[in-house]
Design a protein around this ligand. Sequence first.
Ligand code: UDP
Ligand code: MG
Length: 340
Amino acid sequence: MYDDILCRNKVGVLYLVVPCYNEEEVIADSAKKMKDKIQRLIAEGMIGAKSKIMFVNDGSKDNTWRIIHALCKKDIVYCGMSFSRNYGHQSAILAGMMAARNYADMIVTIDADLQQDLEALDQFIKCYNEGCEIVYGVRNDRETDGLFKKVSATLFYKFMKLLGCHVLANHADYRLLSKKALDALYEYKEVNLFLRGLIPTMGFQSDVVYFDVKERKLGKSKYTLKKMITLAVDGITSMSTRPIQIITLLGFLVSLFSVIMIIYCIWDWFSGHNVPGYTTTLVVSLLMGGLIIFSLGIVGEYVGKIYLEAKARPRYIIESLIWKESDNEEGKSIGECNEP
Ligand code: UDP
Ligand code: MG
């Protein structure tokens, strides 16, 4: 503890981790704004001079990596890595955090479109200096969102809670993690990773910072409905077994009902007035068939997840990395440092 306090007395190095997927319209402008902010924080003595902005190109199909590459060549405040294909937002921020872990005292993950307010960084760093290992950015309201985003986000949080996956409402992935929290996260080897659900379970002293969300200036949301549903299913299946418990309960209730029906039918048969009921038979068998297939599907989701975990494939593959510590360096690389 004493060590921690001593450590916080020295100015910490901050890495901004920025996932990017087809962000060619916004990336140059966002990079400039982020650099201005980082330089201001360094000048104010809030963060160390070696602080950096790390872009993670999540298999973009447009010019995103070309732009990131040029930025990194020109200015040592930027560094970047590129995936071999699109692995998704969660994998992109994880890769950035894990790469920054050995160089940074703290990292903040932020979206490339800068919808999240950069000015909240001051508050994040303040909380870190007060001893927090995790600081969650929570949005103030959803006024800037369209109707679809508003409704889907509300349903997402309600559904997650109902199915036993507790996430902080209105907290996306704008958050600060200290080196200590990153080291703890490194120990989680699961392939099926849902950071919003997982990080709160790690414990540690934490705090919340509220910020305003701006509208996306250019480009469109990369979170398609399909990606949102995948995120929700991954979140639930990686954090909770409640859907399987619900199936068990449902199975028990249906069995109980069947026993009652069997007793009733036998009684009916003995009393001699059994009336043929075609519709009832059809409806019940269709309903039961549907329920059984749906339940099998849910169980299958979990079996599939176990299958993926058992194979333990890499969570992402880094194809290129560009990272310079000083201006006269060519840039070091993990694997190949491919020119785009
Ligand atoms: N993103 C990513 N991989 C994906 C989808 C999105 O790295 O497969 C990044 C994207 O470039 C952005 C962040 O995740 O930096 C959030 O995406 P977006 O702004 O499109 O989501 P929204 O704000 O609409 O929820
Ligand atoms: Mg966005």
